[in-house]
Ligand binder design. Structure first.
Ligand code: THU
Length: 168
């Protein structure tokens, strides 16, 4: 997959690609939150239980002004594996928050990995959609640049799952 189109925006600790149709200016006042969320997702990733795939994933979701984290938890019965995003979302819902503002995802994919190796799986997209609205953003950690600043993409959740299923 090629890189998405977007406009880059910078914060003291990060360089972000606001993927079209997001307006970079609209993101400006939120960049500090984004840095903190990526750091929380990375902390969760460090606790992933992934002995089978060796692919570590951490997620941090911002809901009701609070951050909830999750990591992937694999199982010897592979199908019982839980994804990081869904664990983070379950935590937010259990705490009483059902509207997702931002979903950040950090994986152990190499820094140069393309966006499709770092974005939420289809099942997680459907679960995000249960608690998302047109303002929900997805933040994909792309690792640190040589300057030590975080690199990441910011996407509107809608662009990841257009025409999503809703029970009428
Ligand atoms: N995984 C996640 O945690 N989230 C995703 O969106 C994609 C996949 C996990 C599941 C499994 O433990 C590992 O990554 C490899 O698929």
């Amino acid at each position: 997959m090629s890189s998405p189109d977007g406009i880059s925006c910078t914060s003291p600790g990060g360089i972000w690609l606001a993927v079209a149709p997001l307006a970079a200016e609209a993101m400006a006042h939120r960049l500090a939150d984004f840095e903190a969320l990526v750091r929380s997702a990375r902390e969760a990733k460090a606790r992933a239980h992934a002995p089978y795939s060796q692919f570590h994933v951490g997620s941090a979701v911002l809901a009701g002004g609070q951050t909830f984290i999750g990591c992937n938890v694999e199982n010897a019965s592979y199908g019982a594996t839980l994804c990081a995003e869904r664990n983070a979302i379950a935590s937010a819902v259990a705490a009483g928050y059902r509207r997702l503002d931002v979903v950040a995802v950090s994986t152990s994919a190499p820094v140069a990995a393309s966006i499709d190796q770092r974005s939420p799986c289809g099942v997680c997209r459907q679960v995000i959609s249960e608690f998302a609205d047109e303002g929900t953003l997805v933040l994909l950690d792309a690792g640190d640049g040589e300057d030590g600043r975080i690199r990441g993409e910011i996407l509107a959740f809608d662009s990841l799952l257009p025409w999503r299923f809703r029970l009428g």
